[in-house]
Design a protein around this ligand. Sequence first.
Ligand SMILES: [Zn+2]
Length: 456
Amino acid sequence: MRKVSIKFLGASGTVTGSKFYIETPEINILVDCGMFQGLKELREKNWQPLPIDVSKVDVVLLTHGHLDHTGYLPRLVKEGFKGQIIATEPTLSIARIILLDSAKIQEEQANKANEEGYSKHPVALPFYNLEEAENTIKLFSGVKKDEWIELSKNIKFKFQFNGHIIGSTFIHLEIFEKIFIFSGDVGRLNDELLDPPERPKWADYLFLESTYGNKLHPEENITEILSNLIQKTINDRGTLIIPSFAVERLQLLMYLLWQMYKKNKIPNIPIFIDSPMGNNVLNVFQKYPDWHKLSMNAYEAMCNHFTIITSYADTWKTIDDPRPKIVIAGSGMVTGGRVLTYLKQLIDEPKTNVLLVGYQSEGTRGRQLLEGTHELKMFGKFYPVKASIHFIESLSAHADQAELLHWIDNIKNIPENVFLIHGEPGALDAFKVKIRDTKGWECHIPKLNEIVDLWL
Ligand SMILES: [Zn+2]
C-alpha cells in the first residue's frame, strides 16, 4: 500500500483560495494556487504561511487563470517553490494578465497605506510586487488539452476542457492507476462564446466545486432586459454604465450587444469599452481561436462595433460626450477600476442607469448599490445615488446545481470519495444532501487545512 495525502489548503468551507496539495511517494503536486478574496477575515488568511514545506512542492497544475486559483503563486515562489507551473496556453495568458494586474494593485495599496499612514505596520508591504509576479511567470509551462503528461513513473495527468472561461479545464490525474478528478470551476451548458464542458467518465476520487450547489440560475430574458434599458437610456439622453469583470463577462456582453445590433433589436447607440485588462483578454481570444466559438471574422466585426478606450484622457472625453451611450468598464463589483471615474461623475444624475451583471459579494460597492444605498463612497468622498440601478443575475460563468449534477452524471462508477469544495457552507451542505438523494453518493466537506490520507 502506498500513502497519498491530500491537504485542503484553500476553497475548503469557502469559495476562494483554491489550493489542494497532494503528497505521493513519487512527486508532490499542488492543484491550483489561489488567493483568498472577499471579507477581511478571509483576505487575512493570505498572509499566514502555508502549513506545508513549500520547497518540497514539485509542480503546480492550474485549472484556469482566475485570481482565486492563481493569485497566491508569487508568494509560493517567494517561499521557495522552484518547479514548473503547468496549464493550458490560454490559461497561462489569462494568469499572466491577472497576476500583473494584481501585483500592480498590491503595490498601489501599499503605497497608499504608507502615504496616508493608516497601516498598522511601520511600512506597509505589498502582498507581492511586479517583479515577484514576473519571476513567477518565468516558471509557466504550457501544454495542450487532452494530452497525457507524465509527472513520474506512476503518475500522469491531462487537462480537459470544462467551459468556465477561455482555457479552463478540469484535471484528470492518475496516481498508481487510481483516477483523481479535480473539477476546477465548471462552466455553463449553453454559453454564447464557449463550448459546453466535457465530462469525466470515471472518478475514484472526485473533488467537486459547489459554488452554486444550492441554486438554479433564474430564467431571464437577457435580450429584453438589455433592449429595454437601452431604449430608456436613449429616451433619457443618459448613460448606461455596466460594471463588468474583465475576463469572459466583458467579451460575452460585447457579443450579446453586437448580436442584438445585427438583428435590429437595438439602435446604433455608441458603446464604449473601458477596461485595459479586458482589452488584454480580448487579445487572448484572438490568439487562441480554437478555444472559443467566434470565428476570426466574427471576432473582428464584433470588436469594430465598439469604441475601445485605451487612454485615461479618453475616459474623460467619453464622460463629457453628450450623446446617449453605453459604457462597459471594470471592475465587475465596483471595487476599483475605470468604472469608478464614470460613477463619480454620473451617479448623481437621474438619467444615468447602472446595470450590475452577476454575483456581487458582501462588502463591495456593487452589493451596496444592489441593496439600494442612497450614497456611495469613492476616492474618500460620498456621492448621492440618483441613478437607477438594475441587475442581471443569470449571466454567470458557473454551472448551477442542475448543471453540476449533469456534469457528474457521466461518471460510470461510484467514487470512493467525493470531496465538496469551492462553496459557501450553505451551498456545500445543500449540495451534499442533493447528491445523496439523486446519486446515492456520500460526500465529505473538508475543512480548511484538513489532511486526508488515502492508501492506494
Ligand atoms: Zn473561476
